[in-house]
Design a binder for this molecule. Structure first.
Ligand code: C2O
Ligand code: CU
Ligand code: CU
Length: 528
């Protein structure tokens, strides 16, 4: 919310500055119908590998079919939870090699339209859909592209239709897309695991609960935290083992401030692939949309367990916080067995070369902000996530609200009259914010002029963060170079990103908190 909106609301006597502050800071817990169910989910089962999507190719390098349908899953009890899954699998995996040509037919058996976005792949725009070219119910679409050299890394895929996205993500629609390099600097026999983190919230019938007011405002966090579809799975190895963990944060809104019990973390890669060399960290913040590649040298002590945890991180939540928000949560457990210690591994120091992007030819300013209509804060503070209160406030959806009136009523459920904006605009399909050129060096200064953290994401390319402002407003150069496609921006923070688009077309950029994206924090650049 911008300062002038505060003042306007204050003048109307509807809101003063004090209630918002106390409201944002009152971290009382949100009740949950599913706590019991969460406890029923078994823990410490052996970590399952992501189920791999079969390659049917005879002529092309990778060819498959993804069937999207409601799938009953036995999750927390005898009732089956209907999730919306690709090939009936929670977080399936597509695995290809750099240079492969790929052909994927997507059959939509949902009752609503969808699209597929290949998050992190630099492919032609026509094959990588944002809110364009919907696949209608009972229709199919074939995506064909070649994975370019240099695009090795752990990427992922998820839907991107506007107005239906939050519901589809809440039903677990997502998969991993691993692009293996021609030549990997790390030895092939190094134990490596892919971890895809999602969360779920179910109602008392065991079905995916509808979005609440608070979900829309903050980005939804389900109370069931899953790694590869499991609750706190266990991975057991010989003491002293060196292992590689590659993780995707596929949650709609949950931030993962990662820490491994009694072990430092070696970060070796980010969204766009390897770092030049590993960086030792005590903790790592992995925000929605981001991936990380980690090396862990396990303790030499046999028969020990170490929790890979998410520590609390306050992303400036508005309203009642979920029960898990303030406490550490265990994602998975690493364990040493009683085998004799694994020999130490000698790994290459240098993993790749990252050339710093040169001085930009074009500079752009991007400001993230949020606005609310008069009723928003009043109803949130009085009624929390009471759904009933929302409908009556839809009319109050002022400034940019006309589009919203055209949405089907079912899509509006629980949406608060708030909009998240980029450069003062709420996303409108077909509207283009910037025009750029293929191969042109760009510098984007991102300014978060709002009260919450936002993970900023760009389609179709990767960027380098070249400068970030610290709390005192001084520009700092980041400690290491990395290719990213998603980066967190804190309230009042400014970041400078450099990037080049090498594919023409309309490319989206947005907040990767799915609900913020749907409430308008998305725009596009037309690259010619
Ligand atoms: Cu995973 Cu438009 O993003
Ligand atoms: Cu993306
Ligand atoms: Cu956001």
């Amino acid at each position: 919310m911008k300062r002038r909106d505060f003042m306007r609301l204050g003048a109307l006597g509807l809101l003063t500055l004090t209630p918002l502050t106390t409201f944002a800071m009152s971290k009382h817990h949100q009740g949950s119908a599913t706590n019991l169910r969460v406890r029923q989910l078994p823990e410490h089962l052996p970590l399952r590998q992501l189920p791999e999507i079969e390659n049917f190719s005879s002529s092309t390098d990778f060819k498959t079919r993804l069937t999207l349908a409601p799938t009953p899953v036995e999750l927390t009890g005898p009732e089956h939870t209907a999730l919306w899954l690709y090939n009936n699998q929670i977080t399936p995996l597509i695995q290809v090699t750099e240079g492969d040509s790929v052909e994927i037919q997507v059959d939509n058996h949902l009752h609503q339209p969808t699209t597929v976005h290949w998050h992190g792949l630099n492919i032609p725009n026509s094959e990588d859909r944002g809110p364009h070219d919907l696949i209608a119910p009972n229709q199919s679409r074939t995506y064909r592209f070649q994975v370019k050299q240099g695009n090795a890394g752990l990427h992922w895929f998820h839907p991107h239709p506007h107005d239906y996205l939050a519901d589809q993500i809440a039903h677990s629609m997502a998969g991993a897309f691993l692009v293996k390099p021609y030549q990997d600097p790390l030895p092939a026999d190094l134990p490596a695991y892919l971890l895809m983190v999602t969360d779920l919230r179910l109602d008392s019938q065991g079905q995916v609960a509808p979005h609440t007011h608070v979900d829309w405002m903050n980005g939804r966090e389900g109370d069931i935290l899953l790694v590869n579809g499991q609750r706190n799975p266990k991975l057991e190895l010989a003491p002293g083992s060196t292992l590689r963990l590659r993780m995707i944060n596929a949650c709609a809104g949950r931030y993962l401030r990662l820490i491994l019990d009694k072990h430092p973390i070696q970060l070796i890669g980010t969204d766009g692939g390897y770092l030049e060399q590993s960086v030792e960290l005590d903790e790592l913040l992995l925000v929605p949309g981001q991936r990380c590649d980690l090396l862990i040298k396990l303790s030499d002590e046999p028969n020990q367990t170490f929790a890979l945890q998410k520590l609390p991180y306050d992303r400036n939540w508005m309203g009642p916080v979920p029960a898990h928000y303030l406490i550490p949560e265990t994602l998975m457990t690493l364990a040493t067995n009683s085998d004799s210690p694994a020999p130490a591994r000698v790994l290459p120091q240098r993993l790749t070369e990252i050339k710093p992007l040169a001085e930009a030819e074009v500079r752009r300013q991007i400001e993230l902000s949020e606005v609310m209509s008069n009723h928003a804060m009043v109803s949130m503070s009085q009624e929390g996530d009471d759904q009933q209160s929302v409908a009556s406030h839809q009319q109050g959806h002022g400034n940019h609200g006309n589009k919203a009136q055209h949405r089907p009523a079912s899509m509006m459920t629980g949406r608060p009259p708030v909009e998240f904006l980029i450069n003062g605009e709420s996303f409108t399909p077909g509207q283009i914010m910037f025009t750029g050129k293929v191969g042109q060096l760009e510098e984007w200064e991102i300014f978060n002029n709002s009260h919450m953290d936002h993970p900023f994401h760009v389609h179709g390319t990767h960027f380098q963060v070249v400068a970030e402002q610290d709390a005192a407003g001084v520009w700092q150069t980041p400690d290491y170079l990395a290719w990213r496609d998603t980066v967190n921006v804190q309230p009042n923070q400014r970041l400078k990103l450099r990037l080049v688009f090498d594919e023409p077309g309309e490319w989206m950029f947005h907040c990767h908190i799915i609900e913020h994206e749907e409430l308008g924090m998305m725009a596009s650049i037309l690259v010619q």
